[in-house]
Design a protein around this ligand. Sequence first.
Ligand SMILES: *Cc1c(COP(=O)(O)O)cnc(C)c1O
Length: 420
Amino acid sequence: MTERADRAPAAPPGDGALDGLHVQTRAIRAGRDDNQNALAPILWATSTFTADTVSEAHDMAVDTHSSRFYTRYGNPTVKAFEDAVADLEGTESARAFASGMGALSAIVLGLCSSGDHIVAQRQLYAGTQLLLQTACPRFGIDVTFVDGTEPGAFTGAVLPGRTVLVIAETPANPKLAVADLAEVGAIAGPMTVVDSTFATPLGQRPADYGVDLVVHSATKAIAGHNDATIGVVAGSEELLAWLWNYAVLHGAVASPFDALNALRGIRTLAVRLRQQTETAAALAEALEGQPTVESVHYPGLASHPQHELAARQMDLAGGLVTFDLADGYEAGRAFVEEVRVVRLATSLGGPESIVTHPASTTHVSLLPEELEAACIGQGTVRFSAGLEHTDDVVADVTGALDRVAGIVAARSRADRECRE
Ligand SMILES: *Cc1c(COP(=O)(O)O)cnc(C)c1O
């Protein structure tokens, strides 16, 4: 992968002390402008702020996104996190939300009105897809879903004068499909949004390609320790100020404590992402040689359909690997119960390696044809690399696959005997 993210952003916020430094170095100190002489970020656990005079209170109230008026409008700890994300994404500004979905629903409901049209990628995080499929029709907002891997699909679906938002996610849940950031960023007219959660701000920078709003579920790799639920949107000050007018009414604002944890996460993001990418790449390669694995999806593999595009626009291929087990539902279910080092849970980007089997958990209510439309097979497993030793994780996964092959073979033998 390239070294593109090592470039300094055009206008890094702050006092200029971080100008020109590598992004990994800036991540250590970003968001510390308002820190007095504390080295670590300060937790401002307060819902409100006092004023001495009416004129001071007036100024606090009319300041857009004041960080010292009332915490639903802003808070110094939350602002520190926002400033750090803006620095890493190379944008003027950022706004934090109570979760990734808080950010996405504020964008959709804050920027679209009845009669508007959205173009969205078909390969999406399930929550985003449900928001677009179920909430948008209730408000008279039409959504066209396109295949984000098909060149020209986003552009071709834009209705001039009607399309307000174009929403992409890359790499996308669950098969790590990669959408072309340059194509999305070049779309004129509608506002373009990229959910960059799987890549993290150190894996790719959509704003460099002209994308208007970059969204993260910072719950995942940014906070990175499975101890915070928080979302963030990075973009121009003008666009975010506009979004904020609705967001303060929407009310899904980040808690100062989660912002503190997320800002702590940013300090170690570079080393965590490097380790997680190393484990994911090693596992993806090992899985390609496994007889019970039908297919492996990882942007860093030469066999990934958008491998060259990923290499062009991503600095690191990231910590997620998705694979399809040949023996379907039973194998998938048995596999997630057989791993010992890796845990069965729903999330990604944390210190613990995690697997999910969507067909039996997150997507259990879907019909087989709906699963297929969502690109999820009966034996699809999503793996998120943690921070354990790479060899332990690879051995755990391959060992579990061996045991699963034995379990499935014994079951089909038993089935045969029953039938005979
Ligand atoms: C988890 C996730 C979200 C939703 O974020 P929450 O913080 O859980 O609300 C959105 N997009 C992607 C890609 C995600 O992985």
